[in-house]
Design a protein around this ligand. Structure first.
Ligand code: NAP
Length: 266
């Protein structure tokens, strides 16, 4: 089993990376950054997002493992003081994994070109100045004309990130769904949107046809893209999924409680 390590630049992460490398070499695991079977990230959920994008072209064969140097995260099952236990789990690996849905984004530009992206958390479309105005279609049917700061489309595992800040629901990652949330929509006598998060079924897609402004900003997870003149963006649940090596199981709602509420009653 070939292993790659992706660590952020924090002092704790660098120390954990050194310890993990030594333990992996001692256990005779080959390190292979180019074609790993398992990618171990050390840092936070943000570090796992970076690793996901680095290995996005190898998703069908790579399994991820997240080590957190702070609190437990949503993509990180291990803590930095558990390196020895993690290497032992790798030695006993039976290939078990759990997979979660991803978001597929296809942007069409006025010059006839297209861009294709995959997101692990979410994608957003916003304008840097002025109100974003876009028609929203579900499948091919017109749904609403949106006016506001922007729209966010998230995966179930992304539902605890930006989507939640927009008032979106927390979605169990076993569900194949995607969620659209509004970012500061305008609702008055003239402009009307649903003004509530929407959760779409696996066979549905959303198309945005924004008015032709030059200053759109698209975000794909931690990346910000300033596209050329966008004519349409389609969001759907991707055919690809992300796979995590499953050596321990943490109940999803316990993780949500730990991250957002804390102080469990004794
Ligand atoms: P960042 O701005 O440095 O950190 C964003 C925070 O979101 C970090 O605390 C990160 O956790 C956490 N996070 C990432 N994915 C999460 C998930 N699936 N569930 C719960 N929390 C999550 O940026 P980053 O670390 O590169 O992460 C990019 C993400 O930031 C985007 O995908 C977006 O979801 C989020 N974001 C949120 C807002 C907002 O809520 N208003 C605005 C912009 C972007 P760790 O500390 O464990 O890394």
């Amino acid at each position: 089993m070939r292993i790659a390590i992706v660590a952020n630049s924090g002092v704790k992460s660098r120390a954990a990376e050194t310890k993990l490398k030594q333990a992996l070499v001692a256990a005779k695991f080959p390190l292979d950054e180019a074609r790993p079977d398992v990618v171990i990230t050390i840092g936070g959920d943000g570090t796992l997002l970076s690793a996901f994008h680095r290995y996005a072209s190898q998703l069908n064969r790579v399994r991820f493992i997240g080590v957190h140097t702070g609190h437990l995260g949503f993509y990180t099952d291990w803590r930095d003081y558990e390196i020895d236990a993690l290497v032992e789990a790798l030695r006993n690996d039976s290939g078990e994994s759990v997979s979660y849905p991803l978001l597929d984004i296809l942007a069409d530009y006025e010059d006839g070109t297209t861009s294709h992206y995959l997101a692990l958390n979410e994608a957003t479309l916003k304008r840097t100045s002025g109100t974003m105005r876009t028609d929203v279609y579900i499948k091919e049917n017109f749904f609403e004309s949106f006016r506001g700061d922007g729209l966010c489309v998230a995966t179930p595992t992304g539902s605890t990130a930006y989507s939640k800040s927009n008032g979106g629901a927390v979605i169990h990652p076993r569900l194949d769904a995607m969620q659209v949330t509004e970012i500061a929509s305008i609702n008055n006598r003239v402009f009307r949107t649903l003004a509530a998060p929407m959760i779409l079924a696996p066979d549905e897609w959303v198309i945005l046809r924004p008015e032709p402004f030059q200053d759109y900003v698209m975000s794909i997870d931690q990346f910000t893209i300033t596209p050329q003149l966008v004519t349409a963006i389609r969001f759907r649940i991707a055919d690809e999924r992300i796979h995590f090596a499953r050596y321990r199981h943490m109940h999803f709602w316990d993780r949500v409680e730990d991250a957002f509420i804390g102080a469990k009653q004794e």
